[in-house]
Design a protein around this ligand. Structure first.
Ligand code: 0WD
Length: 256
C-alpha cells in the first residue's frame, strides 16, 4: 500500500499544470492519498478540474478559498469537515506580491505592498493552521513552500524574501503550538521553477542559469522533486521532524 493510503490531504494553490502544488498532487496521488483541493480563482478551478480528469485523479472535494479572507478560510474548512470529516495533512502552496515590488530596490517597497505580501504569503499559513488543526484529530502534517530569498539577498525577490523569512519563522512557532496535538509543521525551500508566479520575479531566467553552473548537482529542480519531498513530510517517514526547512534545490544553498 502507498505511504498515504487512507489519508485525507488538503492541497491549496494549484493554479495550473506548472504549479508546484500540481507536482505535489501527482506525488500524493501515487502515494494513495485522498485529495481535497482549495483554489481562489474560477480560472484555476476550471484548469484544476481538467487536469484531474486528464490524470484520472478523483478528488474527494474541491472548495474555493481566498486566504485574504477569514470568512473564506472558515467556510472552506467547515465544508471540508462536513464532507470529509478528519484530515491528516495540508499543503500550503500560496504566495503573492505586487509585480512592481519584485524588481528594483527593496527600499522602494510601499507600505501596502509590504503588508499584502506578508498577509497572503505568511499570515495565511497561520490562519490555515488554526482552521486545519481542528480537523486533525488524529494528528497530522502541514507543509508550506518557501524560497532561499528568505535567508540570502536574491536580486529582485525583495518583499517576497522578507515575507518568506516571516513564513519560515511562523513554521517554527506553529510547530511548537501544534506539536502537542501530534501535528507537525515543515517547509520545503525549492530552487527556482518556471511557474505563473515565477514569471512575476524579474531576472528569473538569469537565476536559473547560475544554478545550472553552480549547484552541486549542476541542474535545476522540478515540480516532481518538490512533490516527492513534500510527500515525505506528509508521510510517517518524517514523523520525527517538525519546524524544519528542507532545501530541495540541487544543493545550491550550500555554495558560497
Ligand atoms: O520558483 C518557484 N516557482 C518557487 C515557488 C520557488 C520556491 C518557492 N515557491 C513557492 C511560492 O512562493 C508559493 O508559495 O511555491 C508556492 C507556489 O508557487 P508556484 O507554484 O510557483 O505558483 P502558482 O502556480 O502561480 O500558484 C500560486 C497560487 C495561485 O494561483 P491563482 O491563479 O488561483 O491565483 O497561489 C495561490 C493561487 O492558487 N494564491 C492564493 N490562494 C488563495 N488565496 C491567493 C489567495 N489570496 N493568492 C495566491
Amino acid at each position: 500500500p502507498g505511504l498515504l493510503e487512507g489519508k485525507n490531504i488538503v492541497v491549496m494553490g494549484v493554479a495550473n499544470e506548472r504549479s508546484i502544488a500540481w507536482g505535489i498532487t501527482t506525488s500524493l496521488h501515487k502515494a494513495g492519498a485522498n485529495l481535497i483541493f482549495t483554489n481562489r480563482q474560477e480560472r484555476s478551478y476550471k484548469k484544476l478540474v481538467k487536469l484531474l480528469e486528464k490524470n484520472e485523479i478523483d478528488p474527494s472535494l474541491i472548495v474555493s478559498c481566498d486566504v485574504a479572507s477569514d470568512d473564506s478560510i472558515a467556510s472552506a474548512f467547515t465544508e471540508i469537515k462536513e464532507k470529509v470529516g478528519i484530515i491528516h495533512g495540508v499543503v500550503h502552496s500560496i504566495a503573492f506580491a505586487n509585480r512592481e515590488d519584485l524588481k528594483g530596490e527593496y527600499a522602494d517597497t510601499s507600505r501596502e505592498g509590504f503588508l499584502l505580501a506578508q498577509e497572503i504569503s505568511a499570515f495565511s499559513l497561520v490562519a490555515v493552521t488554526k482552521a486545519a488543526k481542528e480537523l486533525m484529530t488524529e494528528g497530522g502534517s502541514i507543509v508550506t513552500q518557501t524560497y532561499l530569498g528568505s535567508e540570502k539577498v536574491v536580486q529582485s525577490y525583495n518583499v517576497m524574501g522578507v515575507a518568506k523569512a516571516s513564513l519560515e519563522a511562523s513554521v517554527r512557532y506553529l510547530a511548537e503550538d501544534v506539536g502537542k496535538y501530534g501535528i507537525r509543521v515543515n517547509a520545503i525551500s525549492a530552487g527556482p521553477i518556471r511557474t505563473l508566479s515565477a514569471k512575476g520575479v524579474s531576472g528569473f531566467n538569469d537565476i536559473n542559469s547560475v544554478i545550472e553552473e553552480k549547484a552541486p548537482l549542476r541542474r535545476n529542480v522540478d515540480q516532481d522533486q518538490v512533490g516527492d519531498a513534500t510527500m515525505f513530510f506528509l508521510s510517517e517517514l518524517s514523523r520525527g521532524i517538525t519546524g524544519e526547512v528542507l532545501h530541495v534545490d540541487a544543493g545550491y544553498n550550500i555554495i558560497g
